[in-house]
Design a protein around this ligand. Structure first.
Ligand SMILES: Cc1ncc(COP(=O)(O)O)c(C=O)c1O
Length: 381
C-alpha cells in the first residue's frame, strides 16, 4: 500500500512504511558515522560526504515531517531555537521583520537583543488583529512575518490564512511556529504559510528526552537553500541518536496529541467558572476570543496547553503550584507527563504572562487524576 496516501496517523505510525532494504528491519537504523566513503574514482555516489551536511538518520524523520506538513522539504536542527534563529539568519541586515507581542519568550528575547544588534528591524505587533499586521507591513522592506498559534503563554490564536494574505501582498514570507498545534491539529502550509517551525523537543518527540528543532518549507526555493547552507555552515545539526529518538516519538504523535487535547478540554471545562479560578485561557472554550478562528484552522482538537489564572494573585498561584503532587513543577511542554509552572517567574520583566497565571502542559495521565490534584492544590479537593 502506498503510505503517501493513507491517513496521516497511519503514515506516522509506520514512518511512511519504512523497511530497511538490506536487513528487512522494520525500524530504522541508527547511523553514527560522521563521514562517508569516497569512491575510487573520486566521486561520492552515495550522495553523502560528511554528517554535518548529510546524515542518513535524519532522512526518515525529515521525510515524515515533510509529508505530515504538506511541505517540499524539512530540516532537523539541534533545538527549536536553532531552527527558529536560522530563519532570521537567512535575512540580511536592514531587513524588516514583524513578529507577535505574545510568543515564545526565548525567541522574543533573541529578536529584541541579538537580532536587533545584528541589524534586523524587528517590530512586534498584536497578531490577533490582522489590521495591526497590515499596518506594520512595509512593502519592499518587510521580508518576514513570524507568527505562533496557539501562542505561548496565553494561547491566543492568529488567523494563518489572513496573515499569509497580508504577508504575500507585501512580498514577504510567512513563517509559523506550530510547536503547540503540531501537524495533527494544523497544517500551516495548506493555509498559505511559507515556512513551518517546530520545537521538536515538545510534541513531535513527546517524551521530554530530546532537544530538537525542525523547519519545513512550502517550496524548495533559493531561501530554503540558504537555510540549509546556514545549518551546514553554522553547524546547528541534531545528533544521530536524537534524530532516531525523534522519529520514534513521531510514530505515536497522533494518539498522544489526541489524548492531550481530550485531557486539556476536560480540565478547561472543569475549571471554567470555578470559584478559585479567575480565568481559564484555552482556545477550545467557546468564550475564548480566538475560538472561531481556532475552530476553523485547527482540526481534531485545540491542543494540550492551557493556563489558569488563580484567584488571589501571584502568591496564590505560586502556592497552588507548590502543592501539586501528580503534576510536575517544570518548564517545557508536550511530554507524556503533565507539567505546571508559574510562567511570569520564568519569563521575567516584559512578559505578557499575568502574575496570577499557571501554565499547564497536559500529558497522558487520566484527566480525572489531573483535575483531582489541581483541586487539592487549590484547597478545594
Ligand atoms: C513555542 C516554542 N517555540 C520554540 C521553543 C524553543 O525550543 P527549544 O527549547 O527546543 O530550543 C519553545 C521552547 O519552549 C517553544 O515552546
Amino acid at each position: 500500500m502506498d503510505l503517501q496516501h493513507v491517513k496521516p496517523a497511519s503514515a506516522a505510525a509506520q514512518a511512511l512504511g519504512l523497511v530497511d532494504e538490506k536487513t528487512r528491519a522494520i525500524t530504522p537504523a541508527l547511523h553514527l558515522s560522521t563521514t562517508f566513503l569516497r569512491d575510487a574514482d573520486n566521486q561520492f555516489r552515495s550522495g553523502r560526504v560528511y554528517a554535518r551536511a548529510d546524515n542518513p538518520t535524519f532522512e526518515p524523520a525529515e521525510a515524515l515531517l515533510t509529508h505530515l506538513e504538506h511541505g517540499a522539504g524539512a530540516l532537523l536542527f539541534s533545538s527549536g531555537m536553532a531552527a527558529a534563529t536560522t530563519v532570521f539568519m537567512g535575512l540580511k541586515p536592514g531587513d524588516h521583520v514583524v513578529a507577535p507581542k505574545v510568543m515564545y519568550w526565548g525567541l522574543r528575547n533573541w529578536l529584541q537583543n541579538f537580532a536587533k544588534d545584528w541589524g534586523l528591524q524587528v517590530e512586534l505587533v498584536d497578531m490577533t488583529d490582522p489590521g495591526a499586521l497590515a499596518r506594520a507591513m512595509q512593502p519592499g522592506r518587510t521580508k518576514l512575518v513570524w507568527i505562533e498559534t496557539p501562542a505561548n503563554p496565553t494561547w491566543v490564536i492568529t488567523d494563518i490564512a489572513a496573515a499569509a494574505g497580508i504577508t504575500h501582498q507585501a512580498g514577504a514570507r510567512l513563517a509559523v511556529d506550530s510547536t503547540v498545534a503540531t501537524p495533527v491539529l494544523t497544517q500551516p502550509i495548506r493555509l498559505g504559510a511559507d515556512i513551518v517551525m517546530h520545537a521538536a523537543t515538545k510534541y513531535l518527540n513527546g517524551h521530554s528526552d530530546v532537544l530538537a528543532g525542525a523547519l519545513v518549507t512550502a517550496q524548495a526555493d533559493e531561501f530554503w537553500s540558504r537555510l540549509k547552507a546556514i545549518r551546514h555552515d553554522m553547524g546547528a545539526v541534531l545528533g544521530s541518536f536524537e534524530a532516531w529518538l525523534l522519529l520514534r516519538g513521531m510514530r505515536t504523535l497522533y494518539v498522544r496529541v489526541s489524548a492531550a487535547c481530550t485531557g486539556a478540554e476536560k480540565i478547561a471545562a472543569h475549571f471554567y467558572g470555578h470559584p478559585r479560578i479567575e480565568a481559564v485561557l484555552y482556545p477550545g472554550l467557546a468564550t475564548a476570543s480566538g475560538h472561531a478562528i481556532a475552530a476553523r484552522q485547527m482540526t481534531g482538537g485545540f491542543g494540550g496547553m492551557l493556563s489558569l489564572r488563580v484567584r488571589g494573585g501571584e502568591s496564590a498561584a505560586i502556592a497552588t503550584a507548590a502543592r501539586v503532587q501528580l503534576w510536575k513543577r517544570a518548564t517545557s511542554l508536550g511530554g507524556v507527563e503533565s507539567l505546571i509552572e508559574h510562567r511570569a517567574s520564568v519569563e521575567g520583566a516584559g512578559s505578557p504572562a499575568p502574575a496570577d497565571m499557571l501554565r499547564l502542559s497536559v500529558g497522558l495521565e487520566d484527566p480525572n487524576d489531573l483535575v483531582a490534584d489541581l483541586e487539592q492544590a487549590l484547597g478545594t479537593g
